[in-house]
Design a protein around this ligand. Structure first.
Ligand code: D9A
Length: 393
């Protein structure tokens, strides 16, 4: 209900909220769907709309990764237990009946690991080609996570490597599932990695306040140390300018990934795969637009309105819509940037936006060329049809 109040000044979002609610189909009540629903409500629905050929594989991939994450995340598990478990997690998914009970009482997804035998049972029913992809990614991710238990994210290089392990590999694994299913072909794995990096870098910005409260921070030291000696100082009013500069720096770093992500998205052929990939991407860009130069990020957890999220979900039906949305968002950031006085790394952000706009214009131009040729083919066909009609009379 509060979602409707939030959107009271945005009537089109209320329309989307109602439409989305009415379209809500109750998924089958399987054990797996139940686990998916308790770990992620909204994403569960996006997975349900995938083509049946890969729906189950993606669902299990998601739950396996979520399980791995629940081990990595839990600070109550001692290192001596956690590190080896992360490194062998890809073997556990072949062990019928395996469950893990070592999570602390406050770990919200612990139930997933308590029922992990169900996930394994379904994993073993998947086609071997899908099992291979899932196990391979789980192995690489688990080992990467284990490496980072004993070392901190300090440099920009660490930050990119860590996000590659926890998110880039997800993009790569999904891309391999799409290819194995023959729903897609010719996708670039570097761009798949960047799809994940873009989502994760946005998440890392989003969680600043909660992470800091829990005594950790994923922002790379190499970036924040240019502004403050201790990241806790960002919340002090006298450091407002420094905080905004650092925030904008990281917003720009994420926005610089957008052209690669657009390029990946432009190659998708299956509608359900397109929709599945597009939703998290458009949520992320909407979040970045909201965060750009926004000091409240340091005061509370800032989120896009539920109405806006739902409007984006229902409206992103094809790539042309996605381009239009990105174009509008890039211009919106530039407009906001023009009204900021002071440095605040505005230049880096507007340059990233300019590159997004350039990518979109170039794609428009490329398509116009193909449009002309298809038009030409169409005239030839029309001529031939008329000729046949004429001759057969
Ligand atoms: C994804 Cl299988 C994620 N992550 C997400 C969700 O989207 C990506 C985890 C497991 C899987 C997929 C995702 C979706 C589509 C295509 C992708 C892709 O690549 C081609 O991953 C790169 O966030 C987690 C990582 C970013 C770490 C990879 C989207 C999601 N949204 C949440 C919203 C939120 O605020 O967390 O999970 C949700 O709807 O609950």
């Amino acid at each position: 209900m509060s979602a409707i109040y939030q959107s009271i000044l945005h009537p089109s979002e209320i329309y989307s909220l109602v439409k989305y609610k009415l379209l809500d189909e109750k998924p089958e009540k399987t054990r797996l769907n139940h686990l998916l629903n308790i770990t992620s409500r909204s994403f569960a629905r996006v997975i349900q709309s995938l083509d049946p050929e890969i729906r189950q594989a993606v669902c299990i991939f998601y739950l396996v990764l979520r399980g791995l994450d629940t081990v990595e995340d839990d600070m109550t598990i001692p290192k001596e237990e956690k590190i080896p478990l992360l490194r062998v997690f890809h073997e556990k998914i072949y062990e019928k009946g395996y469950c893990y009970y070592g999570n602390g009482p406050n770990e919200k997804d612990a139930v997933l690991l308590h029922s992990f035998d169900h996930v394994i049972e379904e994993f073993l029913k998947l086609k071997p080609k899908y099992q291979k992809v899932i196990a391979d990614i789980t192995k690489r991710m688990g080992n990467g996570m284990a490496d980072f238990i004993t070392k901190k994210v300090e440099t920009m290089q660490d930050y990119n490597l860590y996000t590659h392990y926890v998110a880039g590999l997800v993009g790569i694994g999904l891309t391999e599932l799409f290819k194995e299913s023959n729903l897609e072909k010719e996708l670039d794995l570097d761009q798949a990695n960047e799809m994940g990096l873009f989502l994760q870098k946005t998440n890392i910005l989003k969680d600043f306040v909660t992470d800091l409260e829990e005594g950790r921070l994923f922002w790379p030291k190499q970036v924040w140390e240019q502004y403050v000696n201790d990241p806790k100082d960002f919340v002090l009013p006298e450091n407002r300018e420094k905080a905004l500069s650092c925030l904008n720096d990281l917003v720009a770093d994420a926005l610089e990934l957008v052209p690669s992500c657009l390029s990946y998205m432009s190659k998708l052929e299956n509608k359900s795969v397109f929709h599945f990939c597009a939703i998290p991407q458009v949520m992320a860009i909407a979040t970045l637009v909201l965060f750009f130069n926004n000091y409240s990020v340091f005061e509370k957890s800032v989120k896009i309105r539920r109405g806006l999220a739902v409007k984006l979900i229902t409206e992103i039906t094809d790539f042309e819509k996605m381009k239009q949305l990105y174009y509008d968002y890039a211009l919106e950031i530039n407009e906001k940037a023009r009204n900021v006085d002071g440095e605040y790394n505005i230049g880096r952000v507007t340059e990233a936006c300019a590159n997004i706009v350039r990518w979109i214009r170039a794609d428009d131009q490329r398509k116009q060329v193909t449009r002309k040729t298809t038009g030409y083919v169409y005239y030839i066909l029309l001529f031939m049809v008329l000729a046949v009609v004429f001759i057969s009379q």
